[in-house]
Design a protein around this ligand. Sequence first.
Ligand code: S5P
Length: 256
Amino acid sequence: MLSYYKRACLTRHPLAQKLFKLMDEKRTNLCVALDVTSQKQLIELADLLGPEICVLKTHVDILEDFTPDLKTTLRQLAHKHQFLLFEDRKFADIGQTVSLQYEKGIYRIAEWADLINAHPIPGPGIIDGLKQVGLPLSRGLLLIAEMSSAGNLANGLYTKKTVEMAEEHSDFVCGFIAQKKLTDNPAMIHFTPGVKMLPGKDSLGQRYRTVEDAICVQKTDVIIVGRDITHAADPLAAAKMIRQTAWDYHTAQGKI
Ligand code: S5P
């Protein structure tokens, strides 16, 4: 198994290099999903959990009090605690439309988010549209190759074609949202959502695998954890515990 440091040397994608080095130096492969609806909550949690994470994942469109200065605050926190910002926008339209959704509108995602993701359903034009905006800014795109939710349609040939699309656009695509490792290409980073300390599901189709399963069995790189941290009685203690567990499993895989 290659270390994250070695993988940083094996990719020419500037953002992937940055993330691999950050994970290696900070010793964390935890991405926290802060699905909160107020800016105050988002900023407080980002500042509290920042030291534990490599990536902060947001859904800015669920904020009820969004103001444009949030992007400056998030960038300052990302710099202070050394993490990347991932806006989980799940783009899914034709190239022209997604390029506008990415660059314009009230959220101006391209201005502040290091990472974004997209459904490959529209075909490679979606990558070209996002790339036009993101490549000059050294941003990165994750393709959604698999989903955690019950009954989803992203499997089999769809997933295989997604991996091929990613390889063909590896100047901008730096990895996947997936439930397991999909390629041996060391440049591609696998992010896995639907992770908790204990397995289970929620009432709306979300399915959870454990940290151990995600890292040791499915061989993913980064775990995305939301409610197991944000709904814990002590979110910082939960984040510290999950971070340490995930890193211990990662090092036990011989990736050090
Ligand atoms: O397949 C997916 C893809 C994503 S990005 N399943 C997911 O759950 N997600 C996101 O991960 C979802 O939008 C949410 O922000 C997070 C999971 O949150 P949790 O509270 O269930 O851990």
